[in-house]
Design a protein around this ligand. Structure first.
Ligand code: NAP
Length: 320
């Protein structure tokens, strides 16, 4: 009998085709609506491979019923939606899609920084609503990004790609990680600082750490209070790293200038969320890696990893 794969979201047929040639493939039939927990649980009990999205919570309880499952391949570089320990205990390999999305996500981070600091969204909204009656001397004035100091929290693959872009804007780059990266400091002319110093000195703060027990709530009331009144906060890695209640207060009270958010504690962010009432928030729906080319390349990595495991080879990008 051929091994069976369950794909938790409707993906383009031509990308799924190579799997169909070799295996039995079942796929959730909606692109917009996530698979239900009940269906996921049922499939996990039966299949040999699972192709997951970052919206699928694959926790210990969910994995309990897995008896044949050999591999979970996640369409993302982040894997905080999967309980790696529980998977390991059951001998299930977990893979992700690093590197191929680095440049695309860095583009989004810099784009979001520009849009936020220069107030693209409120300016465009005003124009569309007929508010552009005349050029005004101080209308929609924002903050420069060129020649400023940017602090990157999480100088990993994407952090480095943002740092490279920042140099084109004549930006001084500070970074904070748990470990210093001397080679990166030399190569990209970036400076290591403690987190508090980064928050105090940066004109723009970009968050690029993974979501872990350690980074959960890393940027709260105290950290936001260290930032400059003119500073922007750009959050591109995962919701839950920034405390949204504290962020709302800081933005509402204008103790920081603005925030650009691609990720949220709850996704999709509820439309009545207080953050969405603020003009100094630029919000986009988790589109960091969302270019046609990159999403397709990410999917090809998932296909390769699933095929490798099901055919007895070691896959690339195993994370557990
Ligand atoms: P990466 O190469 O693993 O980089 C992560 C960096 O964070 C590392 O340099 C790491 O350095 C640092 N870090 C980890 N824990 C830390 C902590 N507790 N305190 C300070 N620094 C810490 O990952 P990447 O490929 O750049 O991706 C980063 C994250 O971006 C992913 O985990 C994912 O969640 C997110 N992402 C989002 C999108 C999107 O669509 N919005 C797209 C792609 C990726 P140390 O180990 O030295 O601390």
């Amino acid at each position: 009998m051929k091994p069976t794969i369950f794909i938790t979201r409707k993906l383009p047929d031509e990308l799924v085709a190579p799997l169909k040639e070799k295996f039995t493939v079942r796929m959730w039939d909606s692109e917009e609506v996530a698979v239900t927990k009940a269906v996921l649980r049922e499939e996990i009990a039966q299949v040999d491979a699972l192709w997951t999205m970052l919206t699928d919570a694959i926790d210990r309880d969910m994995l309990e019923s897995a008896t044949h499952l050999k591999v979970i391949s996640n369409l993302a570089v982040g894997f905080n939606n999967i309980d790696l320990e529980a998977a390991k205990e059951k001998g299930i390999i977990v893979t992700n899609t690093p590197d191929v999305l680095t440049e695309t996500t860095a583009d989004l981070a810099v784009g979001l920084l520009l849009a936020t600091a220069r107030r693209f969204n409120s300016a465009e909204k005003d124009l569309r609503q007929g508010g552009w009656l005349s050029w005004t001397p101080m209308g929609f004035t924002g903050m420069d990004i060129h020649g400023t100091t940017v602090g990157i929290i999480g100088m990993g693959r994407i952090g480095e790609a943002v740092a490279r872009r920042a140099k084109g804007f004549n930006i001084r780059v500070l970074y904070h990680n748990r470990n210093r990266k001397l080679e990166t400091e030399e190569k990209y002319d970036v400076e290591y600082v403690e987190l508090d110093d980064l928050l105090k000195q940066a004109d723009h703060v970009v968050i690029l750490v993974p979501f872990t027990a350690e980074t959960k709530g890393m940027i709260g009331e105290r950290e936001l209070s260290l930032m400059k009144k003119t500073a922007t906060l750009i959050s591109v890695s995962r919701g839950g790293i920034v405390d949204e209640v504290a962020l709302y207060d800081a933005l509402k009270n204008e103790t920081i200038f603005a925030a650009g958010l691609d990720v949220f504690e709850t996704e999709p962010i509820p439309l009545r969320h207080p953050l969405l009432t603020l003009p100094n928030v630029t919000a986009v729906p988790h589109i960091g890696s969302a270019s046609v080319q990159t999403r397709r390349t990410m999917m090809k990595l998932n296909v390769e990893a699933i095929t490798d495991v099901l055919e007895g080879r070691e896959p690339k990008n195993q994370v557990n």
